[in-house]
Design a protein around this ligand. Structure first.
Ligand code: AMP
Length: 390
């Protein structure tokens, strides 16, 4: 879903620019002002409640607005995305929007702030008033609307500035010029969006081998939590001695440490197209953690690639690996290999189901030749990249 909100003083050109965005991205458009005006026209209960407020240039209560927005979003759940016009208009409404989009497992991609000053707003609205038939396009009400805008609506900008998805657009110029500015800024932001993939599969299924190759080819950051822990030890980092103790005991390193290190890596925001995670998440708790870590950067997991390899084939591969210099301590006997595979399956099947419910899992046959498997993986990523850009 691509969700965008149009923001700006009354008269900034939000409605005017909306048709371009609706067509280009196939968005469902909702203008709270337009809905309220229709309610007013039809003399509905809602219309009557809002009438005097709109006519005096004030803001309708958040309660009424939530009802309108929620109803519209529920009716358009299958939409490719939403274009909000005139919402969120208060700091509270910004939180409301977060909650409503979260319900749809989505979030606001950008708040497009079309900037004009008050004099320009007054000039444009008076001109519009000559034809619009809107009862609120007269000087007295315009001034009240601008007052409400500065007092209650401008603080919304801080909300998105802090989140990092505020896009400022100079609103002075021809309609075409402003449209071009919007298009340029949005395209730049869209291309910066990360593509995050989890490589899921049993030990020996090929996640690392293919993962590193894919990372190079698609300019993605390969993140293996095992490697991160090793790096922390080599760099003699803050957690090095603790990690070593856990590893020497043969126990898992606690999530508290893994999270801190992952958080640091993600926050470095590499100039790449996103992340390829290997070896994480292994448990449901880790799946929730990863969601939270990515959410902080306004992104999420797009795809989970599941390497499908039958157990017998895995055992044979790991046994072979046990005889090479790449052998892991647990590759040494059939018994430990079988135990490890069983343990892995028990823990991670829940994680796989979690992503399956979100329709994010793509199975890859890991028994084909190396070239065939790699080609299939490449196709998946290419398709996902294309889907994100379409
Ligand atoms: P607009 O068409 O966006 O200029 O909205 C016209 C009028 O509808 C505003 O002046 C408000 O009285 C009311 N309104 C529209 N959207 C909202 C909102 N999100 N919150 C509160 N009042 C709104």
């Amino acid at each position: 879903m691509l969700n965008i909100a149009l923001f700006g003083a009354p008269g900034a050109g939000k409605g005017t620019q909306s048709s371009y965005l609706i067509n280009k991205y196939g968005l469902s458009y909702i203008s709270t002002g337009e809905i309220l005006r229709n309610e007013l026209k039809s003399n509905s209960k809602l219309g009557l409640e809002a009438k005097s407020i709109i006519e005096s240039g004030g803001l309708v209560s958040d309660e009424i607005i939530v009802q309108i927005i929620e109803k519209f979003m529920l009716e358009h759940q299958d939409s490719k995305g939403f274009l909000f016009d005139g919402f969120p208009r208060t700091y509270i409404q910004a939180y409301i929007l977060e909650g409503l989009l979260m319900k749809l497992h989505s979030s606001l991609f950008a708040l497009l702030n079309i900037n004009i000053d008050d004099n320009e707003a007054i000039k444009r609205l008076l001109l519009r008033g000559e034809n619009s038939g809107r009862a609120d396009d007269n000087l007295e009400v315009i001034q009240q609307r601008l007052l409400a805008y500065h007092e209650k609506t401008v603080p919304v900008l801080d909300f998105y500035k802090e989140k990092g998805n505020l896009v400022n657009i100079d609103g002075i110029g021809s309609i075409k010029d402003i449209q071009k500015r919007i298009s340029k800024s949005l395209e730049a932001s869209l291309s910066q969006q990360w593509m995050n993939i989890v490589l899921h599969g049993a030990p020996g299924s090929g996640r690392a081998t293919y993962g590193k190759r894919l990372a190079k080819e698609f300019n993605l950051e390969y993140i293996s939590t095992g490697d991160i822990l090793q790096d922390e030890i080599s760099a003699k980092g803050k957690y090095a001695s603790e990690i070593t103790q856990y590893m020497n005991k043969g126990t898992h390193v606690p999530d508290e440490i893994v999270v801190r290190l992952l958080e640091k890596r993600i926050a470095q925001k590499p100039k790449t197209n996103g992340f390829l995670f290997k070896g994480f998440p292994r448990t449901m708790i880790q799946a929730y953690i990863l969601d939270g870590l990515l959410r902080k950067h306004h992104t999420n997991i797009n795809t989970v690639i599941n390497f499908d390899v039958p157990s017998l084939e895995l055992i044979s591969r790991l046994e072979k690996r046990g005889k090479t210099k790449n052998a892991m301590p647990y590759d040494k006997s059939i018994e430990s290999i079988v135990n490890r595979l069983r343990e892995h399956d028990k823990k991670t099947s829940q994680v796989l189901n979690f992503y399956k419910k979100q329709n994010k899992v793509i199975d890859v046959d890991g028994t084909l030749s190396k070239d065939e498997t790699y080609q299939n993986l490449k196709n998946i990523i290419q398709q996902e990249l294309k889907r994100k850009r379409d």
